[in-house]
Ligand binder design. Sequence first.
Ligand code: FDA
Length: 314
Amino acid sequence: MLRRTLLAASASTRLRTAITAAALTRNVVDRFVAGETTADAVAVTTRLLGEGLLASLDHLGEDTTEPEHAAAATQEYETLLGLLAAAGLSGGGTASPAEVSVKPTAVGLRLSPHGEKTATENIARICAAAQAAGATVTIDMEDCEAVEPTLRIAADLRAEFPWVGSVVQSYLRRSERDCAALAEAGARVRLCKGAYSAPADEAFTSARGVDGSYARCLRMLMSGPGYTMVATHDPRLIRIASAQAVRSGRGRGSFEFQMLYGVRPAEQRRLAEAGQRMRVYVPYGGDWYGYLMRRLAERPANLAFFLRALASRG
Ligand code: FDA
């Protein structure tokens, strides 16, 4: 119930204005967001790489309704990729220490009348910049409505950029079918639980259902020929992934763990120190509202942290 309320709040313009304007929110934002500027993102990436971690950078923003905003977001990714290359933080293609994650609705998917075409063209520009930087691009998965067009965009782009990564959300009932379709040689697939809400006929609604689906998808991906990106903080699923990797005879360079910036940082370091590839998803930029609300929805303790920060300044 609380999760649904917070996810609904993530789409409320009135709440967005009130919460974004409150300077007191800063403490909480800083925990999950790497900073506002491209320079902040590069500085945090440099630090994480120095700790033996990898990074996927996400320029915050979603549900863009103005073509100029979609163009500006695309330009931001191009600039970022140039800076990552200049700082020696990218290179090696699929083994690149830093890569980027892109939300199709941030680069035009919801623009009418040609949103899908605009998003495809903009992500293609980002892919070209990534290729020049020796980095990769993973296309984030958003709400249910975005799933089909996002998979089509990724499939289109893979013809020219075979390393473009896709995301499967295990809360969706369709996720095993999507894993089967994506399990091909060279395919990079990030498996996560899913941070949005969806109707019960399309999604598992219990934690057990979502976790069971995650484990089944994991088995399909790990035993297939592609590169698997295990995106979860869940200790049980991390154990299952490690065991599955051994069962599937996967070497350490053929899959990676992924976690969000600010979530279980000690576990991130532990996995990296144990020799695993551990990539941190690093969001940055001023448009953090929707992202922050999804993090609060995931964990009641985060909401308590948020409310305490508000009260302590009140
Ligand atoms: P779960 O939420 O069950 O948490 C398991 C445990 O992890 C918790 O008990 C707690 O200890 C810890 N934890 C989890 N979330 C926390 C938080 N916010 N703060 C503190 N502790 C927390 N989703 C999506 O729909 N589309 C996408 O493209 C992506 N991309 C993505 C990339 C990466 C790298 C990650 C790690 C996650 C995503 N997600 C995503 C988000 C994902 O779908 C999911 O919402 C979160 O990862 C939380 O799910 P867990 O698997 O961690 O399990």
